[in-house]
Ligand binder design. Structure first.
Ligand code: URA
Length: 241
């Protein structure tokens, strides 16, 4: 039965319907080898050959979850207009089309999730979900007096208060390292928070997403999540961390 193309793509678990519309408008979707870039277009998922970026839509049901240690100097998006290396080039040997869950700056390193489970990805990225991410942050100097307490309580950023967060000192020499745990992921949030109190972030590494951490993953390495880990993330979704 014919259905709207954005619905078919979203149902395949790749991404949300809104993002699927963007993929169509960007000319990245083909039906039987022909680019379809109009939003009202329909296709039959049973009969037509539908591809995104040249890859066939995976069959619903085959879900894949990857934990990647992104190195510095790699873009966390699927493609880059400047032609820089992207995280997609690191997930070798994975047949399914996976997508990054959220962003990690070009200059930052550490853990990222990639998946074709659009529903779980949307949940993890939603502000309301409150899934914590923990960072190790090297600063150019020790922040003065009450400054860290101000960040922990929340500051105005782009006209909206940041949610309360946790900051603890890891080591002071030669430059101080802090552990920062946020429950939201706004644009360049950690860097901008420290800039606000007059300090620059020299290094930024994401070391934990919810309960997921993995010190054995070297830069550029990845592993698939174990079924129990996926289950735990889903329970997080149900509000039972
Ligand atoms: N905060 C930042 O400033 N950058 C990141 O990549 C993640 C959080």
């Amino acid at each position: 039965m014919e259905q709207r193309l954005q619905k078919i793509i979203a149902d395949a678990g790749i991404t949300s319907r809104r993002k699927a519309e963007e993929l169509i408008l960007q000319g990245r979707v083909t039906v039987n080898g022909r680019v379809v870039s109009e939003l009202g277009s329909k296709a039959d998922p049973e009969r037509d050959r539908i591809q995104v970026d040249g890859k066939p839509l995976g069959r619903r049901g085959r879900r894949i979850y990857i934990l990647l240690n992104k190195p510095q100097g790699v873009v966390s998006t699927v493609s880059d207009p400047e032609g820089r290396q992207t995280v997609m080039s690191l997930v070798k040997g994975v047949k399914e089309r996976v997508y990054p869950v959220g962003r990690l700056d070009y200059h930052s390193s550490g853990l990222m999730l990639l998946t074709n489970d659009g529903e779980l990805a949307n949940f993890l990225m939603a502000r309301a979900s409150g899934v914590p991410r923990t960072y190790h942050v090297k600063l150019d100097g020790v922040p003065g007096g009450e400054k860290l307490a101000q960040l922990e309580a929340g500051i105005a950023l782009d006209g909206r208060r940041t949610a309360p967060c946790h900051i603890r000192l890891l080591g002071e020499r030669p430059k101080p390292w802090y552990e920062v745990t946020l429950v939201e992921g706004r644009y360049h949030q950690v860097r901008r928070m420290f800039e606000r109190i007059g300090r620059s972030v020299i290094k930024l590494k994401r070391v934990r997403i919810a309960f997921l951490s993995d010190e054995r993953l070297g830069p550029g390495e990845f592993r698939q999540l174990a079924p129990a880990e996926v289950e735990r993330l889903r329970h997080w979704k149900a509000g039972k961390p």
